[in-house]
Ligand binder design. Structure first.
Ligand code: HEC
Ligand code: HEC
Ligand code: HEC
Ligand code: HEC
Length: 305
């Protein structure tokens, strides 16, 4: 080897080492003043495989899904009617699509296609989309253990127009449910025209970020910024706020705000983040139904705790 060739080798070697060092150390610091956004649990899986598998084994990820023969556990074929309030609703399947014929707006009969299903472990509820983009929860729910249909805000106790009846304007998945069942929800609602636009989710389930906060900054952060870019519930100093990480959903309550003169949402406002107190997010928890104020209904674990 001649001298200049050796030199070229050394220079080349030094150059690539420098390049490598710049590459690996140069991971940009994230701007901690920039609000993080939701990225979805699949992103977290890339670095937290074990925790992800653990989460998958709970009920939290098994949530709001598109209707399909696999997702539906209710009986739409044999035991497929429900009599309530002097009317019989019918649930049926056609070409792998699922429908419910029941009384809708103004008490008029209609047939509604099931667009989404929710739950399926204890019970399952069914969601249809109205022409204005409102997602309404159909008035029949399937009780898994008893293998039977039950009324849900339908014809047994409710009347069209009472604000709780399934097809009423204020009774939509957007205002009544999504805040506890999904991650990174967006929708626009115009009260005057009663139209919903751009209803979207980052993830249709109780994903990682509902307990850890939006994760985009954490994902982008270099190693030394990882811890300060994500909420670890175990490190929240105030025990009430730590319990509220679960309590934001495992409770019953409502907003003070009104919608069409009825209660607006049944969840803390969508800007709520783990570590915050819910009262600052337009939300008051309700006492339980037992005489001593303890819970009677499901989903009041925070209250009892
Ligand atoms: C690119 C890899 C990467 C991704 C993607 C990632 N994390 Fe992390 N995360 C880390 C590393 C590395 C640590 C450990 C930091 C340490 O212990 O110094 C960490 C730590 C954590 C911690 C513990 C923080 C603490 O206070 O101890 C939580 C909680 C966490 N991550 C949640 C998430 C969530 C939720 C997501 C998805 C939004 C996510 N991570 C995505 C790499 C990642
Ligand atoms: C304040 C939060 C919150 C709101 C709002 C909420 N849920 Fe839930 N929901 C929960 C929690 C927490 C559980 C599970 C805990 C339990 O069952 O005690 C649950 C359980 C369920 C289940 C049972 C799932 C299964 O696998 O058995 C269904 C179905 C359901 N919710 C549907 C709805 C519908 C429909 C709405 C809107 C009308 C709604 N939820 C509104 C928090 C909420
Ligand atoms: C229902 C709420 C909830 C969900 C959903 C959730 N976590 Fe956690 N996570 C917690 C709590 C609470 C802790 C603190 C546990 C402790 O240390 O006592 C924690 C701790 C962690 C830690 C630090 C401790 C450890 O085991 O490494 C990581 C990392 C983490 N979570 C990542 C994730 C990821 C990734 C997901 C989604 C796949 C996820 N979490 C989903 C509540 C949740
Ligand atoms: C974003 C809302 C949300 C948060 C936050 C949340 N949960 Fe849940 N949790 C749910 C929903 C919804 C279900 C029902 C899932 C299903 O059955 O399909 C559920 C189900 C459960 C179940 C199973 C209950 C059953 O009926 O078998 C347990 C246990 C649970 N959650 C514990 C926790 C704990 C502990 C925390 C806090 C560390 C927490 N959850 C935080 C919404 C939430």
């Amino acid at each position: 080897m001649n001298r200049s060739f050796k030199l070229a080798l050394v220079v080349g070697f030094l150059f690539s080492i420098t390049f490598f060092i710049i590459q690996s150390c140069g991971k940009q610091q994230v701007d901690l003043t920039k609000p993080a956004v939701y990225v979805g649990s699949a992103k977290c899986q890339e670095c937290h495989e074990g925790v992800y598998d653990g989460w998958k084994s709970t009920l939290h990820p098994h949530q709001f899904k598109e209707a399909s023969p696999n997702a539906i556990v209710g009986d739409f074929e044999l035991k497929n009617t429900l009599a309530a309030g002097g009317y019989t609703s019918k649930m049926f399947k056609k070409d792998n699509k699922f429908f419910v014929t029941t009384k809708g707006p103004e008490g008029k009969e209609g047939t509604y296609e099931v667009k989404y299903v929710l739950g399926g472990f204890w019970k399952q509820r069914y969601v249809t989309e109205f022409p204005n983009g409102g997602l309404h929860i159909l008035p029949v729910q399937w009780i898994v253990k008893a293998q039977k249909w039950e009324d849900f805000r339908g014809l047994e106790k409710q009347q069209p127009g009472d604000g709780v009846f399934w097809a009423d304007k204020a009774r939509t998945y957007q205002f009544n449910c999504t805040g506890c069942h999904d991650v990174g929800i967006e929708f626009k609602y115009d009260v005057k025209t009663d139209k919903y636009e751009n209803t979207n989710w980052i993830e249709k389930s109780v994903g990682c970020e509902r307990c850890h906060g939006p994760g985009s900054n954490h994902v982008d952060a270099p190693i030394e910024q990882k811890v300060k870019t994500i909420v670890n519930p175990a490190k929240l100093h105030d025990p009430t706020r730590a319990a509220l990480v679960c309590g934001q959903c495992h409770t019953r309550g409502e907003s003070k705000g009104k919608l069409h003169n009825f209660k607006k949402t049944e969840y803390p406002s969508l800007t709520y983040r783990p570590g915050d107190p819910v009262v600052n997010f337009d939300y008051d928890t309700k006492p339980g139904l037992n005489p001593d104020g303890s819970a009677k209904d499901h989903r009041q674990q925070y209250l009892d705790y």
